[in-house]
Design a protein around this ligand. Structure first.
Ligand SMILES: *Cc1c(COP(=O)(O)O)cnc(C)c1O
Length: 364
């Protein structure tokens, strides 16, 4: 048997078949159909956000909102993320300016942002990495003071709540990913949650070839629509997502019981005041104290058919596609995390016995 870092959640197949059956009648398979619109409304409620716009994936959602906000120049972001965040910034013609992270929760260090602001800066694009929420208040203050837009990469933060607020409700906009490997999936899919109503038409044009009416194309844009079949998958999976998150939480509890407090092992813990979604279970290993390096542990797990992942290595400022293109400031905390962190398998169906088996190998 093989254990991977994640395993996609799927609703019962009968439920999905029932959901897609009407599409054989309507023959409306994509282009903002009934399922798409129903999912948009249900997600708006579930996530407690003012507005939401669905996309074919999270990456194009991020590119689309960068374009819809008309950003240019420089964007301050973190290199401790999936390649997508930085690739979106660069593909939209902006220069990424890399800010270091906090060693505790791996989110952008707000105290290091202001030193990076220049007259070319138009936005801050932080990441709620592992579902850990950024210091949104400090970031908002800085953005207001310098007249910058804030877009959160909230790909990991589906369903996370900060007090009464949904995690996708901060900043000017947040990008969500509904990729198969995420806590909630539409197979591939994503969204932009946002405040300003004037973005509604702009985002719609961004996902639909820049088209305003059949005869008018005010924007240069591509195609990033979510089709009816994937929206139907989302409607089914949304009914089960709370139960899935609860089950993930049980596996996390077991991991913490087994690994917390061991010398040289720093486990993920929920932030204070935050209702987590248990999207990932990252563990930071200190080789000198624990005796084994992150890479050694990953290799030992792999020998036992258990595939953890080095999320996130390398830091995106070191991706070879950017070599020599940008002036990169050192980000020592991000670099240290990237070299020592291992994201352990975590999904709703991961049993406590499997967690024990994984921990036994790590602690051997
Ligand atoms: C998954 C992910 C994305 C991209 O989302 P897709 O839906 O796969 O395009 C972007 N940023 C982060 C941090 C991610 O984990």
């Amino acid at each position: 048997m093989q254990i991977n870092v994640t395993r996609s959640s799927v609703a019962p197949i009968e439920e999905y078949i029932k959901e897609i059956e009407p599409l054989w009648e309507s023959r409306w398979l994509t282009n903002m159909g009934v399922k798409h619109n129903e999912l948009e409304e249900k997600l708006r409620e579930y996530l407690s956000v003012k507005n939401i716009s669905l996309f074919t994936n999270g990456h194009l959602a991020l590119e689309s909102v960068i374009a819809a906000l008309g950003l240019s120049g420089e964007a301050i972001t973190t290199p401790f993320t999936f390649a997508s965040t930085t690739q979106a910034i660069v593909r939209c013609g902006l220069t990424p300016v890399f800010c270091d992270i906090k060693p505790g929760d791996f989110t952008i260090d707000p105290d290091k942002i202001e030193a990076l602001i220049t007259e070319k800066t138009s936005a801050i694009i932080p990441v709620h990495v592992y579902g850990n929420i950024c210091d949104v208040e400090k970031i908002e203050k800085i953005a207001k003071k310098h007249n910058l837009k804030v877009i959160y990469d909230a790909a990991h933060a589906f369903g996370v709540r900060v007090g009464e607020k949904g995690a996708a409700d901060f900043g000017d906009a947040s990008m969500l990913s509904f990729h198969a490997t995420k806590v909630f999936n539409t197979i591939e899919g994503g969204a932009v949650a946002y405040h300003d109503d004037s973005l509604t038409d702009k985002l719609r044009m961004q996902k639909n070839f820049g088209m305003e009416t059949q005869d008018s194309y005010p924007e240069v844009a591509g195609n990033a629509k979510l089709d009816e079949f994937r929206a139907a998958m989302g409607l089914c999976n949304l009914r089960h997502v709370d139960a899935e998150i609860e089950k993930r939480g049980r596996a996390v509890k077991r991991y913490i019981e087994r690994l917390d407090g061991i010398d040289g092992v720093k486990v993920w813990k929920p932030q204070i005041g935050v209702k987590p979604n248990y999207a990932y279970f990252p563990v930071l290993f200190d080789k000198d104290k624990f005796g084994k390096s992150r890479d050694k542990i990953a290799a030992e797990l792999a020998e036992n058919n258990i595939f953890a992942r080095k999320y996130f290595y390398p830091i995106t400022s070191e991706l070879e596609c950017y070599a020599g293109r940008f002036e990169v400031q050192p980000t020592p905390n991000a670099k240290h995390a990237a070299e020592n962190i291992l994201t352990l398998p975590l999904y709703a169906d991961l049993t406590p016995d499997e967690v024990d088996m994984i921990c036994d190998i790590i602690l051997l």
